[in-house]
Design a protein around this ligand. Structure first.
Ligand SMILES: Cc1ncc(COP(=O)(O)O)c(C=O)c1O
Length: 457
């Protein structure tokens, strides 16, 4: 199977043909899931002692399995946090795979890591962090948040008095579920500030003041959110930075979704204070148009991350030889062997330039504003709150939670759109509402109108 023969050449051409068609298709069919038993009935057993052959496997994938997936870049896929990788980034994802580069150490990956670092330099400059700040690409926001939390915890535990204590982190109720999950991974307690809108410095200060002595001694980090996943709300980053400084706490900003908007002049000021963070998560696979998977973790002092993450082993000693010296991405996050997942972002940035990124992110923000205007013109609809970043929350008057669920399923079943409901707290409790999240610059007014038309009386 490592031989090169005519079969390999033909298969390569088939794969390339598929890739060209997919890269240039701006309106892929909106697939939908099938039950596993159903897929098995259609596909059968694909792993056999002799293999079923690449041609057959590819045919099954294209004809049966692919239609059971949702293309994340469909212009009417506005659920969760969608994605819309640039054509250049997708192309370079192929190149990254074909190049077989180990992205953990400079010794093996120098040229590729150089490219990643150019893209990283740009991310650091967007955040406005001080000289010396740097970061590394991760598999996503969860891994970036975990890498930051481990760094913060290890830094706190350098004080012998903290060595055996269970750490405590404060975040807001708007923080992403990965914060809670990763706090569990590092066995830290998480306390949430109950702020429906942004968490302010005052909210944080009063939460700290409400802690008992043991909790206060165990508090080592605060996680602010730079664009909540549910509503695009940006915490009071300036105020939170000040409180963290006053109390000597690690200040992490989870901007996995919102971080792309640092490039957008129209909203950049809402992120003021992010530059003071000890660590920042930004997911290029969300709003910086990279293919999955690509997250990033940025540190004010990367040395602290290195102290927490660098791995040792006698077979790794060669890495510290002169000549092999350089930036080792493995030292700054939880993963050792890694794909050069920042390469597609680098190629896309190099190809398109920063101005096009500015335009594409601003487009997501203006689509949110436009859809708010269109919603306000329709008597059966009502905005829940003004749009934030590229998120819009609105209600269909008179609908029950079940009506929203049925509406989502119907639109998906008909291949029209994938838009999912969410929950928003009102004075009467949690209400089910509709959530739009725009990322894809190919989405247009007609797409929004098509979706809103399905909500008519
Ligand atoms: C604010 C925020 N943080 C973290 C994550 C987790 O990122 P990932 O899914 O890339 O691990 C998300 C994902 O939506 C997010 O929106």
């Amino acid at each position: 199977m490592h031989n090169i023969d005519i079969g390999v050449v033909e298969m390569t051409l088939d794969v390339m043909k598929y890739a060209i068609n997919r890269i240039t298709n701006i309106s892929p069919t909106l697939g939908k899931p099938k039950k596993e038993e159903e897929l098995y009935k259609l596909v059968g057993e694909t792993i056999t002692s002799k293999g079923i052959g690449g041609e057959r496997a590819f045919e099954l994938f294209k004809d049966i399995l692919l239609p059971a997936t949702v293309p994340i870049d469909h212009p009417r896929h506005l659920a969760f946090v969608p994605a819309a990788p640039t054509r250049a980034a997708v192309m370079f994802d192929l190149v990254t795979s074909a190049s077989s580069i180990h992205g953990a150490y400079w010794m093996e990956g120098a040229g590729g890591i150089f490219c990643e670092n150019q893209a990283m330099k740009w991310l650091v400059s967007l955040a406005g962090m001080p000289a010396g700040a740097f970061g590394v690409f991760t598999s996503g926001g969860t891994a970036a948040n975990l890498s930051a939390m481990v760094t913060a915890r290890e830094h706190w535990r350098k004080d012998a008095a903290n060595r055996n204590k269970k750490g405590l982190i404060i975040a807001s109720i708007g923080a992403h579920s990965s914060i809670k999950a990763m706090a569990q991974v590092i066995d830290a307690e998480l306390i949430l500030v109950d702020s429906q809108e942004e968490m302010t410095g005052e909210d944080l200060e009063s939460k700290i003041n409400s802690l008992d002595t043991s909790q206060r001694e165990r508090l080592f980090a605060v996680v602010a959110t730079g664009g909540t996943t549910n509503a695009g709300i940006i915490d009071d980053l300036e105020g939170i930075a000040q409180v963290c400084e006053d109390h000597g706490l690690w200040y992490h900003v989870d901007a996995a979704y919102g971080g792309g908007a640092l490039v957008a002049d129209s909203v950049r000021h809402h992120f003021n204070g992010i530059e003071k963070a000890d660590s920042i998560t930004i997911d290029p696979h969300k709003w910086l148009f990279s293919p999955y998977d690509c997250g990033a973790i940025l540190y004010k002092d990367p040395e602290l991350a290195k102290e927490a993450h660098s791995q040792e082993g006698s077979y790794l000693d060669i890495i510290s030889d002169e000549g092999a010296q350089g930036f080792n991405p493995a030292d700054y996050q939880i993963q050792l062997t890694r794909r050069l997942r920042g390469l597609p972002l680098w190629f896309s940035l190099a190809t398109n330039g920063i101005d096009k990124y500015k335009w594409a992110v601003e487009k997501g923000i203006s689509l949110a504003k436009l859809s708010a205007e269109l919603i306000e013109k329709r008597p059966e609809l009502e905005l829940v709150r003004p749009p934030s970043l590229s998120c819009v929350l609105f209600r269909r008057k008179g609908w029950s939670p079940e009506s929203y669920t049925n509406w989502t399923y119907n639109n998906h079943k008909e291949g029209l759109a994938l838009v999912t409901p969410t929950k928003w707290r009102t004075s009467e409790g949690y209400e089910t509402v509709i959530r739009f999240c725009f990322i894809n610059p190919d989405t247009g007014q007609e797409d929004i109108e098509m979706i809103l038309d399905t909500l008519k009386e």
